[in-house]
Design a protein around this ligand. Structure first.
Ligand code: FAD
Length: 704
């Protein structure tokens, strides 16, 4: 076919919303930028509106890419939630307040910033990490997708073909409420560095076609996903009758709590959520369907939504001055999940393409980004040959559970939010406001993203029958390990019975942070900041106090095993020993009581490194001194009490294996170090299977 261009790439990402941009960023960070494409049918990123909430886990993830601090600075932090309900006289009154983020659950608290700013942060990061080789190709529509089933197990094959067409400007203009948005409208909250940009494919003629041959496709094309339809994956669940109206505005009001997150139930006029935003903006979420039964959403106007909001908040006044309405929308929500998240573990869907639900708990953008955060390191590792394809089914297994938990949560929460408040104890049809507040508090843990607890799989070594997350009565609980753990595997309970807080190390959950001190530099660090998202596996070795002969002996055995067996098993000879698995040591020996040389050479910086030539002929000596950390006092930041926080012993060693996405895979006593090899043999391949080594060099360049 002479009219169609043929091209090849490792990964094709369809859709450049939060899920697609997270995927592209993860691929760029791992050095695959030059062999990845990301296309979107829209002609620009969004500039305001849509999602805005960032939960704790998302901020932790953004921080692991170095993106959180900037977003945090621009955002509005959510501190308190206030509940407003009818009093005995039917008048609206404040009935309660709770912290928005459960204190101590994370170093970050929930904050809000509009989706366009988050997309912008990703676009900049992708450009940086790919040396401008990867950028979103806009106004590109995929039209056919085929998979050559005979080639799906071949690591070198490109079994997927996607034909795409370049759209005209008109076709690619996004619509709002069923109508095209003229360029320039809905862009009032542009930041100075956030102007519309010409896409890298702007020169491509509208109508021209291309056949892209890809190894993997990630469909992040939103709730009406085209990729999902090509996969033949149906949505399961129901379309609700709830129409949500959203107003983003700088309001004029005498309502005293407008700069706090509020859940307001009026006696007769419906419910509303208030989200105070950045730049003086406030978001109002109003359920309009209760009042306007039978209304077609395309006929809804901002005036109608405001009218409902006024009725709910009365007797307080609420107005929006001329030009102060920043954005608005109205939409019907479905509470549904896709039945399949992947096709042959070659084509995947993520984000809204797999799950849709109400916006009340601000989960959409967060869950979407976390989907591709879970998926993309797996695809990158397989593309590089570092990991076998057998790790890929864990994506659907892990994230479908999360999607289902989310829908269950949303069902429960929607009912409580939408129902009329009970008039009194005897009013069985009404919603009990104390129950609502309790559900809200319980829901907060779920909404933080920190209750995610991945099932047992080859990536998560848990005893059989353990730890599935489940939602019970609006409360997400983790069924903790009940059976005896496998030999040498430390159960949650075994680690620290008393400290039953969030900070203990739990299999399947994210590895939390604690302050530690770098032995080499005396600088305090959050340990999480040394566990960055770069595609590497980590082993955190709590060696205990190595003045203790037993700890010292354990360290000797472990170190010999690392140098002699484990690291060479998976690390190509021409790469740094820490390029596939990085070992970080956290010692309980006070800093001044020993020297770095007292630690095994496998744990120390520099001396075990190869001095190898880079492609441009220069030598690359970059000893990383951030390998050995101490749980010790600092001059300016206090004592992190990391051993206590993690609940690990000081008189013997503990090993924690952490996945490239920060979740705990394996928790063993250090004397059981040979289990490391057993574990890694299932998730990593020998160097002879690696397909490309360019990523290490790129990572080094990026690190500079
Ligand atoms: P999206 O952000 O939907 O991104 C999908 C991307 O794929 C888009 O860029 C789209 O142009 C592109 N695309 C779609 N189809 C194709 C195709 N065939 N080919 C190529 N590209 C394609 N969440 C809240 O929490 N609060 C809100 O108030 C809220 N309001 C919303 C209002 C609207 C109008 C919408 C659409 C969503 C809203 N959401 C809200 C949801 C939130 O925006 C999503 O949960 C989040 O953006 C999901 O991210 P995603 O990357 O999965 O999908």
């Amino acid at each position: 076919d002479g009219n169609i261009k043929e091209s090849y790439c490792d990964v094709l990402v369809i859709g450049a919303g939060p899920a697609g941009l997270m995927a592209a960023n993860w691929l760029a960070v791992q050095g695959l930028g030059a062999s990845v494409r990301i296309i979107d049918k829209r002609n620009d990123k969004i500039f305001n509106g849509q999602a805005d909430g960032l939960q704790c886990r998302t901020l932790e993830i953004l921080q692991s890419f170095g993106l959180a601090e900037d977003i945090w600075r621009q955002s509005n932090r959510m501190i308190e939630i206030r509940f407003w309900n009818p009093g005995p006289d039917g008048q609206l009154q404040r009935t309660g307040r709770i912290p928005d983020t459960i204190p101590g659950i994370s170093r970050w608290q929930q904050c809000v910033l509009h989706q366009g700013r988050i997309e912008k942060a990703f676009l900049d990061s992708i450009a940086k990490h790919s040396n401008n080789k990867l950028s979103v190709e806009r106004a590109v529509l995929p039209e056919t997708l085929t998979v050559d089933e005979s080639a799906i197990d071949d690591a070198k094959a490109y079994p997927i073909q996607v034909e795409v067409r370049k759209l005209s400007e008109e076709e690619a203009t996004p619509t709002q409420m069923g109508k095209s948005i003229p360029n320039g409208l809905f862009r009032s909250s542009l930041a100075p560095d956030d102007s519309p940009t010409a896409a890298s494919n702007a020169h491509v003629e509208p109508g021209s076609r291309e056949r892209i041959h890809a190894k993997y496709v990630i469909g992040c094309d939103g709730a009406h996903s085209w990729t999902r339809r090509q996969m033949g994956s149906k949505m399961e669940g129901d379309q609700t009758s709830f129409i949500w109206g959203v107003l983003d505005a700088v309001p004029i009001t005498d309502f005293p709590d407008v700069r706090n997150r509020c859940a307001i139930h009026s006696a007769e006029s419906g419910s509303m959520m208030i989200i105070p935003r950045e730049d003086g903006l406030v978001r109002f979420y109003i359920q309009v369907s209760e009042l306007n039964k039978g209304v077609d959403r395309y006929n809804i106007t901002p005036e109608m939504i405001l009218k409902t909001a006024k009725a709910i908040i009365a007797p307080y006044k609420l107005d929006i001055g001329e030009g102060d309405l920043d954005w608005w929308t109205a939409y019907v929500i479905g509470q549904r999940t896709a039945e399949k998240f992947s096709l042959h573990d070659r084509v995947f869907i993520a984000g809204d393409a797999c799950h849709t639900h109400s916006p009340k708990a601000g989960q959409g953008m967060n869950t979407s980004m976390q989907d591709t955060y879970n998926l993309t390191w797996k695809i990158a590792s397989v593309v590089k040959g570092v990991s076998p394809r057998s790790i890929l089914p864990t994506y659907e297994m892990e994230r479908k559970q999360i999607a289902q938990d989310l829908i269950t949560f949303d069902h429960k929460f929607s009912r409580l939010f939408s129902g009329k408040p009970a008039k009194d104890e005897a009013d069985a049809a009404g919603i009990s406001m104390s129950e609502f507040q309790r559900a809200f508090e319980a829901g907060n843990r779920f909404a933080s993203g920190l209750s995610v607890n991945y099932q047992r799989s080859l990536l998560t070594v848990k005893p059989e029958g353990s730890s599935q997350t489940a939602v019970e009565g609006g409360t997400v609980v983790s069924h903790s390990e009940v059976e005896a753990p496998a030999d040498g595997v430390i159960s949650d309970a075994g680690l620290s019975a008393e400290s039953a807080g969030e900070t203990r190390i739990e299999l399947g959950k994210r590895f939390n942070t604690a302050q530690v001190v770098c032995h080499a530099t005396a600088l305090p660090y959050e340990l999480a900041d040394r566990i960055v998202s770069d595609g590497r596996w980590r082993v955190v070795y709590f060696c205990g106090d190595i003045r203790n002969a037993e700890c010292k002996n354990e360290m000797q055995c472990l170190g010999d095993y690392l140098v002699g067996q484990l690291l060479p098993m998976f690390t190509p000879k021409d790469q740094d020993p820490d390029s596939v698995v990085e070992v970080l040591t956290v010692s309980a020996t006070p800093r001044a009581e020993n020297e770095m040389q007292d630690y095994h050479e496998a744990l120390r910086p520099s001396t075990t490194r190869h001095h190898r030539a880079t492609d441009d002929g220069t030598y690359n000596f970059s000893p990383d001194y951030h390998k050995i950390f101490v749980d010790d006092d600092t001059y300016h930041e206090g004592h992190g009490q990391a051993y206590e926080k993690y609940g690990v012993a000081k008189d013997r060693g503990t090993l924690v294996v952490i996945r490239p996405d920060g979740y705990v895979s394996l928790l063993i006593e250090a004397r059981q170090y040979e289990q490391l090899g057993e574990f890694f043999k299932k998730v990593l391949q020998p160097p002879s299977e690696h397909l490309t080594h360019q990523h290490t060099r790129l990572r080094r360049e990026q690190a500079k």
